[in-house]
Design a protein around this ligand. Structure first.
Ligand code: F6R
Length: 369
């Protein structure tokens, strides 16, 4: 069933173009317009939402963090992302006007389920974004938007992450259109970009050899750091989580802007640091800021592994290793930049001789609180 791949994780990394494509499938009509008829929630309720709270755990929570940038930007609705187990126990402010979006691959994560129950008791509406048909989380939610990543077998989540981002983006666009924050032609334009992503994800996968070699080469590393900014920040967190989970290496993700507020003290000669670089075509000069972060850590001896957009020549001189991903709008970059991090973790763990599908101490679905 591994289809010729050495592990389920490896296979599921390769399933990602299909996971994104299938999650978009059937949700656009022949004119490229968004149709989410499956969301059986009254449109007037969705129009009156004054806050969105995304609840999830682990990788799904990082997908939520990515989605937050898009949802707030498109919908202008204040959006929070919270770990389900923290949300439930801090007496959160939830009203009938709160929309809770619960993200879960398995649909059986008990922490997330308990948070959903709590939110619904306070009158909130809950939309589940889930990969498993008929599981507990969609059953206990008001509505569901399924990700169509197919069954995920490896304990470390890969294709579900990309599918969760895709589905959450669809939801964000739907709300933006419904509430009049966006005209339908703007929505169609973004959907058009989204539809180009499966092919671009495939391009990243086609270049996996370079990253696999890097993973093998770095299998003696005792610590790896990840830096990102804007949507690249949760991607950095996800890259670190993959490495902890399957390679048992100390790994940490930071917001690049936070470097000078503490983490730069960690940098010493030979420290590998992945940096996810925003597009140089983006607004807000974030590219220049992250490039300057790379210079700072390079000057202190870091080995920089830079993930940048094709055509970004400026950053090359500061990279010990450069991994190019196709050009895409900023909000789409997580769907591309995450892939090399997954490949890296998988190759490195494999080089150490670990079973990447069944990492120690972990279970695929966490059905206890
Ligand atoms: C990481 C991973 C976990 C899950 C988390 C939530 O690779 O798999 O962090 O993302 O346990 O699981 P679901 O999405 O099933 O609720």
């Amino acid at each position: 069933e591994k289809g010729g791949f050495s592990s389920f994780m490896d296979k599921e990394i390769h399933d990602q173009p299909a996971a994104v494509r299938d999650t978009l499938l059937g949700r656009l009509d022949e004119k490229g317009r968004l149709t989410l008829d499956e969301l059986h929630i009254d449109e007037s309720v969705l129009r009156s939402v004054d806050k969105i709270v995304v609840i999830a755990c682990g990788t799904a929570a990082y997908a939520g963090h990515v989605a937050r940038y898009a949802i707030e930007h498109w919908c202008r609705i204040p959006t929070e992302v919270e770990l389900a187990h923290e949300f439930r126990y801090r007496d959160p402010i939830v009203t009938e006007k709160t929309l809770v979006v619960a993200l879960s691959q398995s649909g059986e994560t008990m922490d997330t389920l308990m948070a959903i129950r709590h939110a619904r008791e306070q009158g909130a509406k809950v939309i589940a974004i889930c990969n498993t048909n008929g599981s507990s989380i969609p059953r206990e939610s008001d509505a569901s938007l399924y990700t169509h990543a197919g069954p995920e077998i490896a304990v470390a989540s890969t294709k579900a992450f990309l599918a969760q981002i895709t589905a959450a983006y669809l939801l964000g666009l739907y709300l933006a259109q419904l509430r009049g924050n966006m005209y339908s032609d703007e929505v169609i334009e973004i959907l058009d970009e989204l539809q180009k992503m499966p092919e671009k994800v495939q391009e990243v996968i086609d270049n996996e050899k370079q990253v696999q070699d890097l993973g093998t080469q770095m299998s003696d590393a005792s610590s790896v750091l990840f830096l990102g900014r804007h949507v690249g920040f949760p991607v950095a967190l996800e890259g670190a989580l993959k490495l902890k989970e399957i390679a048992y290496i100390h790994a940490e993700g930071f917001a690049a802007g936070e470097l000078k507020h503490g983490p730069i003290a960690l940098i010493e000669e030979g420290q590998p640091v992945f940096v996810i670089v925003p597009s140089p075509r983006g607004r807000d000069s974030l590219h220049a800021k992250v490039v300057s972060n790379i210079q700072e850590i390079r000057a202190r001896g870091a080995i920089t592994i830079v993930i940048a957009e094709e055509g970004d020549e400026d950053v090359k001189q500061y990279a010990n290793h450069i991994i190019y991903v196709p050009q895409a709008p900023s909000l789409m970059q997580p769907l591309l930049a995450t892939v090399p991090l997954q490949v890296f973790a998988c190759a490195l763990a494999g080089a150490k001789g670990y079973d990447v599908d069944q990492p120690r101490n972990l279970a695929k679905s966490v059905t206890v609180e």
